[in-house]
Design a protein around this ligand. Structure first.
Ligand code: CUA
Length: 326
């Protein structure tokens, strides 16, 4: 029975997705584990309160029920200082038991030991995508966060437009993304794998699709990824790619070069290495065309304009060029 209740609770908590990488009850990092401890503690307290209240309630229902043949009004009482003190003090104690570890864990999640090696990542939330910058490594990317397993990742979280919330259910969070303010969280992954990241604050039409991927690598694979990202852009090999570069420069560079800060778009210099387009479609030429043709049909509210005015040949060239950016 208890197991059933817990399973039901688990289902509600995971949003019924059945998606393993979204499961807060199966954390893959130390921050997630700490948060799970808090969830368990508050669940146990709630279960205890529920059990006591229901037991008293049922006892009173039975003990003081109306019996056959008895038709007198029972003695009425008002106020009982002793009882009132008891039911005020008990919740205060319970809240204290919950508050102390909650507050200490909250502060722990932004603390690093002085000599500990961390990877710094600057996260910026935009309607409706995420930018990830590794200041020490000179890497800027979007929608896909790569991290090494076993190392603390120090996230410095910035907001540019409206409130968002940075959340990687399997690793920990959520942390508010607040324009004009920097928030922090330190997370880590203890095993390689793909995890799902989400925006956890209603931020507009595209909120539900403001997802990102987290790829946790072994130290070796992470270094490979860093080397690949730091390498100069791949040479243009075909005529189509060369034409594609021209089309890109004429149509896309305004937003996708990080020059125009008022209309920022994701950095696409290594677009071909990404698994997904806009964090949701599998990255292949067919889907890229679909996305270019009508981004709003795929992600409501996206700022990306429709690129439906190009000649078919130029569109193909643009797709070739983008997919070759590795
Ligand atoms: Cu960003 Cu919801």
């Amino acid at each position: 029975r208890g197991l059933f209740v817990f399973a039901l609770f688990a289902l509600v908590l995971t949003g019924c997705s059945g998606h393993e990488s979204l499961n807060v009850l199966d954390p893959s990092g130390s921050a997630g584990e700490k948060q799970l401890d808090l969830i368990k503690l508050s669940f146990l307290i709630m279960l205890g309160v529920f059990a006591v209240v229901i037991t008293i309630y049922i006892y009173v229902l039975i003990r003081f029920r109306k019996r056959k043949g008895v038709d007198v009004m029972p003695k009425q009482t008002h106020g009982n200082t002793k009882l009132e003190i008891i039911w005020t003090v008990i919740p205060i104690i319970l809240l204290g038991i919950l508050a102390v570890p909650t507050v200490t864990t909250t502060f722990d999640l932004t603390k690093i030991a002085q000599d500990e090696e961390v990877v710094n990542v600057k996260v910026t939330g935009y309607q409706y995508w995420w930018e990830f910058e590794y200041p020490e490594l000179g890497i800027k990317t979007a929608q896909e966060l790569h991290i090494p397993v076993g190392k603390k990742i120090n996230f410095e979280i910035h907001g540019k437009d409206v409130l968002h919330s940075f959340w990687i259910p399997a690793l920990g969070g959520k942390v508010d993304v607040i324009p004009g303010r920097v928030t922090n969280v330190i997370l880590d992954a203890n095993k390689p794998g793909d995890y799902q990241g989400k925006c956890a604050e209603l931020c507009g039409a595209g909120h539900a699709l403001m997802d990102f991927k987290v790829k946790a690598h072994s130290a070796e694979d992470f270094d490979k990824w860093v080397t690949q990202m730091q390498a100069p852009p791949a040479e243009l090999t075909t005529d189509s790619e060369k034409r594609g570069e021209e089309v890109f420069q004429q149509n896309c560079l305004g937003c996708h070069a990080g020059i125009n800060q008022s209309v920022p778009g994701p950095d696409l210099s290594k677009f071909g290495t990404r698994d997904t387009i806009a964090g949701m479609l599998k990255n292949n030429p067919e889907n890229l065309k679909k996305w270019l043709h009508d981004p709003q049909a795929i992600k409501a509210g996206a700022n990306m304009p429709k690129i439906d005015y190009l000649e078919e040949k130029d569109l193909d060239a643009l797709v070739d060029y983008l997919e070759s950016r590795k």
